[in-house]
Write a new protein. Structure first.
Length: 578
């Protein structure tokens, strides 16, 4: 037997800090650090970054794994991550303009831990001439955030635009797919109009990295009216406690009537409800990071059709969507962003959404029998009666942190300037611990008096939301479940309609619920509409009255239609027959 090598003191220090960074328990706490404690944490992290191995791939991967918790913790000490890295690596402006001239170990740490405050397209271009793989890692990693600072948001978009013009690089192994998935997911939320191009570049790189897994040919059966096609659902987050299940379980339950259905998903989501929409279930191990293992599991079901209810919220749906696993591959929009894969043949959409020109989503396949996108919460009653005279107006924003952006926050600031005195602004970002503390600091710079609520149970969240007079939907990326919660509470919600899919779902819901007048077509209209509701008590009460019956109207509208999602998939399959 070979004895384990004893770690040196330096190696043991590095291992312990690394494991603590990734352990996660401290991330669920709000650390209120005294000045001395903050300085001690900064010093410990500075030593860890300075001593971290970075010249081999294992060291670089460890730095990338620690990237997010490290950034959270440095921010908690009062030092922005970019300033921290400048300090630890002794980076001057000249170094950042010419990163290719830095020592190799500094370049590696800048690639793994840097952001758009430290990187610029011209510097990345020069860096790429020396080391294309490292420069590409730096660019993709820098797209893993949705900044609230306007300058940093513009700098992040500039990196995305640089990346969009680049071909895939060789020698980037599949081990980096997790990095690509995380950034591809987050760029979907950027307010920049080029965000789909940024995501397409990341997907292009992922497809190149996965090319060894492509099979020579996918066997196909002849579509016919008599045969029952084999359909495999590659389903992420399909368990009853998650919104994905609430959005899609009813539609998926109709599939076994027309298809032989297999579900492929991860073991932690295993539940009896999976048998409600699939005859066979195949589960892979928790945290499986080998895309080849999961791809072989999907292929073992010999699918004629692969259906992704959503793409990109997990490592494995992002990776598998870059492969051809069946003759026909379709996605739906549980994550309402384009898949950006040449192997996705079409996108299933509710009829009213498919009417819009959506070139980034490929072939649009409409259906018109639409179950509610989220089961209505039970036990909630609409608000009754007007706000008492003299009581402050309460404005709610229920949006994850990545849906907030400088344009939306700037409009909120204008609205508060026009609002009645003592108007309260409440944010519900569904965060806790260090992430919540960090967002509170950032939002505090915009709105010093705003309340940023910690994540709670659903009942407590709905009770807090019920106190609001008006809910303001984020843009350009709205929130279907937020809209459903507002309708369940009888709460007026203002949203902004635009040409991209994430900004079309809320208007469709509100229009079907008889609240179409709450949908603005420009940011100026949004501001005027929200300001009028806050300042005109009679108009606000009129909209409250309409909102109280909105959920019932939506439920009545949603039962109409004759073509289910299953019907649309079957028609698409049969249309491919020669």
């Amino acid at each position: 037997m070979i004895a384990a090598r004893r770690l040196s003191g330096r190696e043991e220090f590095h291992r312990r800090v690394f494991e603590t960074l990734l352990g996660g328990a401290w991330q669920r706490q709000e650390l209120a650090l005294e000045a001395g404690d903050a300085a001690a944490v900064q010093a410990l992290l500075a030593r860890w970054v300075a001593e971290a191995p970075a010249l081999d791939e294992f060291g670089l991967m460890r730095l990338l794994a620690a990237r997010q918790p490290l950034r959270l913790l440095t921010a908690a000490t009062g030092l922005p991550p970019a300033a921290f890295l400048r300090q630890v690596l002794a980076l001057g402006d000249a170094d950042l303009r010419q990163p290719q001239a830095l020592p190799a170990w500094k370049r590696a740490k800048l690639a793994a831990l840097g952001d758009a405050a430290l990187l610029a397209p011209a510097a990345l271009e020069a860096w790429e001439a020396l080391d294309a793989v490292q420069a590409r890692i730096a660019a993709i990693a820098a797209l893993d955030t949705c900044p609230l600072d306007a300058g940093l948001a513009a700098a992040t978009a500039a990196i995305g635009a640089w990346l969009a013009g680049k071909p895939a690089v060789d020698a980037l192994p599949p081990r980096y797919l997790g990095l690509l998935q995380n950034s591809a997911f987050l760029v979907s939320y950027l307010a920049d109009p080029g965000r789909h191009d940024f995501k397409r570049a990341i997907a292009r790189q992922a497809a190149h990295m996965l090319s060894p897994l492509r099979s020579a040919a996918v066997p196909a059966r002849q579509p016919s009216a008599a045969a029952r096609p084999r359909l495999t659902i590659v389903g992420e987050l399909l368990f009853p406690a998650h919104a994905m299940y609430r959005c899609y379980a009813e539609a998926l339950a109709e599939l076994p009537q027309q298809f032989d259905v297999t579900l492929v998903t991860d073991e932690p989501t295993r539940c009896p409800e999976h048998a409600g929409f699939s005859q066979r279930q195949l589960y892979f191990a928790p945290h499986e990071r080998d895309a080849g293992v999961i791809a072989r599991l999907v292929r073992s079901s010999e699918p004629d059709i692969v259906l992704y209810p959503s793409v990109g919220m997990t490592f494995w749906t992002f990776a598998l969507s870059q492969l051809r696993l069946a003759p026909l591959q379709l996605m739906s929009v549980g994550h309402p962003a384009p898949g950006c894969s040449e192997h996705i043949d079409g996108t299933l959409l509710y009829r009213d959404l498919a009417r819009a020109p959506l070139p980034d989503y490929g072939l649009l396949i409409p259906y018109d029998r639409q179950p509610l996108p989220s089961a209505p919460p039970s036990g909630w009653q609409a608000r009754s009666g007007a706000t008492q005279a003299g009581a402050p107006r309460v404005v709610a924003v229920n949006a994850a942190a990545m849906k907030l952006n400088p344009r939306f926050l700037g409009l909120l600031r204008q609205l508060l300037e026009q609002a009645p005195p003592r108007t309260e602004l409440h944010f519900f970002p569904n965060l806790h611990g260090l992430e919540l503390a960090g967002l509170r600091r950032e939002l505090g710079a915009w709105f010093p008096e705003a309340l940023v609520h910690a994540s709670t149970g659903y009942a407590d969240y709905m009770n807090l939301m019920a106190r609001a007079d008006l809910l303001l939907q984020s843009f350009p990326f709205g929130g279907t479940n937020t809209a459903m919660d507002a309708l369940a509470l009888g709460l007026p919600m203002v949203c902004l309609r635009s040409a991209d899919l994430p900004a079309l779902v809320d208007p469709v819901l509100l229009e079907h619920a008889g609240l179409g007048e709450l949908c603005a077509d420009s940011s100026e209209d949004y501001l005027r509409l929200a300001s009028r509701l806050l300042n005109d008590a009679a108009e606000l009460e009129r909209m409250r009255g309409l909102a109280r019956g909105a959920l019932a109207r939506l439920q009545a509208a949603e039962v109409a239609g004759t073509t289910s999602m299953a019907d649309a998939i079957l028609a698409t399959w049969r249309a491919r027959a020669p």
